[in-house]
Write a protein that binds this ligand. Sequence first.
Ligand SMILES: Cc1cc2nc3c(=O)[nH]c(=O)nc-3n(C[C@H](O)[C@H](O)[C@H](O)COP(=O)(O)OP(=O)(O)OC[C@H]3O[C@@H](n4cnc5c(N)ncnc54)[C@H](O)[C@@H]3O)c2cc1C
Length: 385
Amino acid sequence: MLDVAIVGAGPTGSRAAYRLALQGYSVAVLEKRPAAGLKTCCTGIISQECISRFNIPVEVILQQVRSASLFSPSGNSIRIMRPEVQACVVNRSAFDHHLAATAQNQGVNYLFNTAVESLEIKVDRVVLSCRSTGAVFTLDAKFVILACGFNTPLVRKSGFGLSRYFTTGVQAEVQTKELKEVEIYFGNCIAPGFFAWLVPTQNGRALAGLMSHQSAGFHLRNWLQELAEKGKIEPADHNILYSGIPMYPLSRTFQDRVLVLGDAAGQVKPTTGGGIYFGMLCADIAADTLHKAQTTRALKAKTLLSYEREWRRLLQAELRNEYLARRAYQFINDHQIDSLFVELKESQVVESILNGENVSFDNHGGLLLKTLRRVLTSRVKRIFQ
Ligand SMILES: Cc1cc2nc3c(=O)[nH]c(=O)nc-3n(C[C@H](O)[C@H](O)[C@H](O)COP(=O)(O)OP(=O)(O)OC[C@H]3O[C@@H](n4cnc5c(N)ncnc54)[C@H](O)[C@@H]3O)c2cc1C
């Protein structure tokens, strides 16, 4: 019997696998796709903090990000820049490969083309029902981590439900003309309630994407056409990829012998939809919790509660602020976004953000929420004047 079976060879599953194998456990990762790194609907922007913390090698980094230009609906722009690298764009496929190879080198067994269809929790083990190229078999593990991404039937079937707030992310690879830095576009005309991005990768290529609750593909197609008409990108028949993005964590991420991790648990930043760094931090917490549980031989939910306590202690305040900022942003119209840009440019807010020690790529929810509250309060005041 395995010590731990992990479902999903994304960044969170591979990180948890590596960490557990390092502690001496027998670990298998079960992945329904033929290899790691086949999820391509991701821009791959992660903070410098994430790069350093998880020793991400330069080979998987496509770009370093020090600056970005933000555009309001009417085209007003703000450029933010810091001398130090703030974030990197990683080749998402190579990144996942690297994490899987690191875990394999530590002795983790990867079973590709293997979909886990259901779990049966017994007193002393979990029985996983798997399907691999038509054959059905079972696998026993003392413990299971579900790191199988957002909104998978397995997580719902295992009684964890679905995040109560989510959206759709869409993206296409484009050929740009002189795109020098990350560009972020705001406005309900482009991405209602969210934003769109153009992120340079290599050799003039870039990733263009947006998030939207409705008709995300339609909005992206319109925007790509607009960018092509403006000469910003080469016109082409773009291949648009879609994926769901949770914006709120599951209410419970553990039960007897089972933990839920990463996008599956909703450990994702609601402002940007970025889930790699927070998910990998939670992977370490999951592995450490299991280690403690194994050493005390107490695998019951009561013991595993500490996983949820720990990751919420680390992330809950930021996730909550970002969630509230995200909801508040949806009440702001294009005119107000434009006014906000003017206000930000005229005031010293941008400078204080750039120089502020408590604001970072991964920690910005509180500041955003404060700014949006101010905009909404002045809007309500104007209504009653
Ligand atoms: C358009 C877009 C852009 C994004 N850009 C960024 C970004 O720039 N930065 C960032 O941090 N995040 C970004 N994200 C989010 C990021 O992609 C996710 O947060 C991240 O992939 C989550 O990793 P994970 O390991 O939890 O799950 P995943 O990467 O989704 O991996 C889950 C794995 O489980 C496998 N699986 C599923 N079900 C089963 C099953 N039953 N049996 C076996 N295997 C199974 C899947 O095949 C998959 O390989 C973006 C998302 C979108 C949609």
